[in-house]
Design a protein around this ligand. Structure first.
Ligand code: SAH
Ligand code: SF4
Ligand code: F3S
Length: 452
């Protein structure tokens, strides 16, 4: 019987992508089959995140639970990967000696070999190096699961914002060659993928080698992706306000496949805070970029990330962020209280602000953002939206579910054979976390014509 693999994933979409790749390599090398039940697994992997609070503690409580399984079945192998593993390395095994393998985000492709070493009796297998782009060359062919897929285009980050661990856990920015990315997307498109989400910490810093030796910018990459047959929707996660160059903005005018939704983290609307964060741009620069994007793609929906309570943030500085939100009119966004991360410069900045004050600011900011998002959902009622149908709704077997360009889930009555197709849906109701709608019959005629 095939041996079983259990993977728990914390953190961002890059970690989700990496976990899928861990599954793929171990399936190819050792025939491991994924299970949802940790107790029946032969190999247990934890893919960790250290972006905010208590990351280390979470790791030890998770593997602590797995130790009980190992006490009963000593042959199982426990591995810890991801960003905490990258930062802590051997320290993980010092505190939790029953962890057999520690590996980093850039060495997951070596798991087959690391697993063999562990099974040969080496109880301290550690590999958290950054072997450049080797990872992608060593991965099996991508497998599509449904009509949407993530494709990593670059790794790491060289921005070194003062609060952030990513440059330390994932290494410096490095891009995959253009042809590799496009070949992966073509393979996915052949399996029915219609929407691609290009992944990286700063995708707009993409600098991909082309076969002729030239370097492709992110805008060039977008044009190549749009040209892949079958790919009708392109998203990317995440971009940075720096290097959001005019050629990328022009892509919003020139590439219809690019969704009318952009997540562009700003963190703060105050210039002193932005400087202390080392974001490399001012409030005015951000607004200038946003205005150009709005001109290139009228009606585009914008979302962002915010950090409140950065060391020394005054009430007035916080209000600048609130005003920026009004000025831009953001949709669904993410906001966090500043978390001092060991090893980052901002962890040592003087910070006299009470936690209560930070919590109140977060609450106000989140109320504002939720209010804006609700308004936008309500404004969508009565409009017709293009929806990529993903499958049967989990809540109601008669409903199909899919997403709009601005990433809202929509549920509607439709035949399951529409999965994987784009349909036009008239939005009839806005709920807090989703929309309801009705398929526009004339859009089905288009699909029938396409199929025949
Ligand atoms: N590369 C992306 C985001 C990476 S992390 C960018 O630069 O925009 C995702 C989000 O986590 C960040 O945008 C930020 O809002 C938040 N974050 C990162 N480090 C944090 C910290 N130390 N405390 C609180 N929030 C943090
Ligand atoms: Fe972190 Fe800044 Fe890099 Fe984003 S750009 S990953 S916040 S260092
Ligand atoms: Fe977390 Fe690492 Fe992603 S710290 S947010 S898993 S890059």
């Amino acid at each position: 019987m095939a041996q079983k693999l259990y993977i728990q994933t914390n953190g961002c979409q890059m970690n989700e992508y990496d976990s899928d790749k861990m599954r793929d390599v171990l399936q190819a090398s050792h025939g491991l089959q994924v299970t949802e039940i940790p107790e029946e697994a032969d190999v247990l992997l934890l893919n960790t995140c250290s972006i905010r609070e208590k990351a280390q503690e979470k790791v030890f409580s998770a593997v602590g639970r797995w130790k009980k399984i190992k006490d009963k079945r000593p042959d199982i192998v426990i591995g810890v990967g991801g960003c905490v593993a990258s930062q802590e390395g051997e320290a993980i095994q010092q505190r939790a000696p029953y962890v057999d393998i520690v590996f980093g985000p850039q060495t997951l492709h070596r798991l087959p070999q690391l697993l063999n070493e562990a099974r040969q009796g080496n109880t301290k297998v550690v590999d958290i190096t950054f072997p450049e782009i080797e990872k992608f060359d060593a991965l099996p062919k991508p497998r599509a699961e449904g009509p949407k897929a993530f494709v990593s285009v670059m790794e790491g980050c060289s921005k070194y914002c003062t609060y952030c661990v990513v440059p330390y856990t994932r290494g410096e920015e490095i891009s995959r060659p253009l042809t590799d990315v496009i070949t992966e997307i073509e393979a996915l498109a052949e399996q029915g993928v219609r929407e691609i989400n290009l992944l990286g910490q700063n995708v707009n810093a993409y600098r991909g080698q082309m076969p002729d030796g030239e370097i492709a910018s992110f805008a060039i990459l977008l044009h190549f992706v749009a040209a892949v047959e079958g790919i009708d929707r392109i998203r990317f996660t995440t971009s940075h306000p720096l290097e959001f160059t005019d050629d990328i903005i022009e892509a919003y005018a020139d590439i219809p496949q690019l969704v009318s939704h952009l997540h562009l983290p700003v963190q703060s609307g105050n210039n002193r805070i932005l400087t202390d964060m080392k974001r490399g741009h001012k409030r005015e620069d951000y607004l200038h970029t946003i205005n150009k994007i709005k001109a290139a793609r009228p009606g585009i929906s914008l979302s962002s990330d915010f950090i409140v309570g950065f060391p020394g943030e005054t009430d007035e500085e916080f209000e600048d962020t609130m005003r920026l939100i009004d000025e831009v009119g953001f949709d669904f966004s993410f906001s966090f209280i500043f978390s001092p991360r060991p090893g980052t410069p901002a962890a040592d900045f003087a910070d006299e602000i009470e936690m209560d004050v930070k919590k109140q600011r977060l609450q106000r900011l989140q109320n504002k953002l939720t209010g804006l998002a609700t308004e936008q959902s309500q404004a969508m009622v009565g409009t017709v939206q293009t929806v990529l149908v993903e499958g049967v709704s989990r809540k109601n077997a008669l409903h199909m579910t899919g997403r709009t360009e601005n990433n809202r889930a929509v549920n509607f009555v439709a035949h399951p054979r529409l999965a994987g197709q784009f349909v036009d849906v008239l939005i009839t109701e806005a709920l807090p976390n989703s929309l309801r709608g009705r398929v526009v019959e004339s859009s089905l005629d288009k699909i029938v014509k396409q199929a025949s």
